[in-house]
Design a binder for this molecule. Structure first.
Ligand code: KIV
Length: 272
């Protein structure tokens, strides 16, 4: 079955705005390479996020902090070679935008110029507003990211649900309004109470994309390797697993090993 949003030939930030107005949900997934990005795009995904979760999923780091701008550009370029229809958003990695807004603009320009991506995503609210402003003033669309912001793991100390206390929830709402006023085209809300995500979604005119933020948001995002069951070590409550690819791939590799060892592979038809 084709997704409802297949009626849009090309997804742009304006289409996402239109989808919010029409109450059509936005489907976003991460991808970091050409092959998976092609599958996602052919399946009709609306937004491909080249997330800095590549640091965990592709490189095996325990946090998103080590990934570099050059590495993000490499992943984003591979994705861009595959995607025809989806909007491609790329995370600005840790350390490339928090220090000063000139550096933030330089980092965003490098991503747009060298990968050909459509937009960048930045974690944080008021603290990074100057960077958001400067990037936006160069005509680069920006997606915000509030709630659990994994690049601040050393400040939080844990990956538990955020903004359960009144003060943090109020700050998150203020930050969402600031990002909207600045001109961001959407905001990711990560791991916050469903009630708060609903309130924020009703409060701002730009789309909210939730991950662990309940159903009352304008769209959902998951990390591809988690939802396909490639990565089995990560099992938060919000994660729905659509496949058990880890077991399936392991089974195929074991069958191949057996076939090679028993000289069953290659057979008559598999040689010249
Ligand atoms: O890096 C990432 O994959 C993300 C999503 C979890 C939203 O930021």
């Amino acid at each position: 079955m084709q997704s409802e949003s297949r009626k849009y030939a090309k997804i742009t930030t304006h289409v996402l705005q239109e989808m919010k107005l029409k109450g059509e949900k936005i489907a976003m997934l991460t991808a970091y390479d050409y092959s998976f990005a092609a599958i996602l795009d052919e399946a009709g995904i609306d937004v491909v996020l080249v997330g800095d979760s590549a640091s965990n999923v592709m490189a095996g780091h325990t946090t998103t902090l080590p990934i570099t701008l050059d590495q993000m550009i490499y992943h984003a370029s591979s994705v861009m070679r595959a995607v025809r229809r989806a909007l491609v958003v790329v995370d600005l990695p840790f350390g490339t935008y928090q220090g000063n807004s000139k550096e933030a603009l330089h980092s965003a320009i490098r991503i747009m110029k060298e990968s050909g991506a459509n937009a960048v995503k930045i974690e944080g609210g008021k603290e990074i507003l100057e960077s958001v402003d400067r990037i936006l003033s160069a005509g680069i669309p920006v997606m915000g990211h509030l709630g659990l912001t994994p690049q601040s793991i050393n400040k939080f100390g844990t990956y538990i649900v955020r903004a359960t206390e009144e003060a943090e929830a109020e700050k998150l709402k203020r930050d969402a309004s600031l990002l909207e006023e600045a001109g961001c085209f959407a905001i990711v809300l990560e791991k916050i109470p469903a009630k708060l995500a609903k309130e924020v979604t009703g409060m701002i005119r730009i789309p909210t994309i939730g991950i662990g933020a309940g159903p009352h948001v304008d769209g959902q995002v998951l990390v591809l390797h988690d939802m396909l069951g490639i990565n089995q070590k990560f099992s938060p409550r919000f994660l729905r697993r659509y496949h058990n690819l880890n077991e399936e791939i392991k089974g195929s590799v074991q069958a191949y090993i057996d076939d090679v060892k028993s000289v069953d592979f290659p057979n008559e038809r598999e040689q010249y």
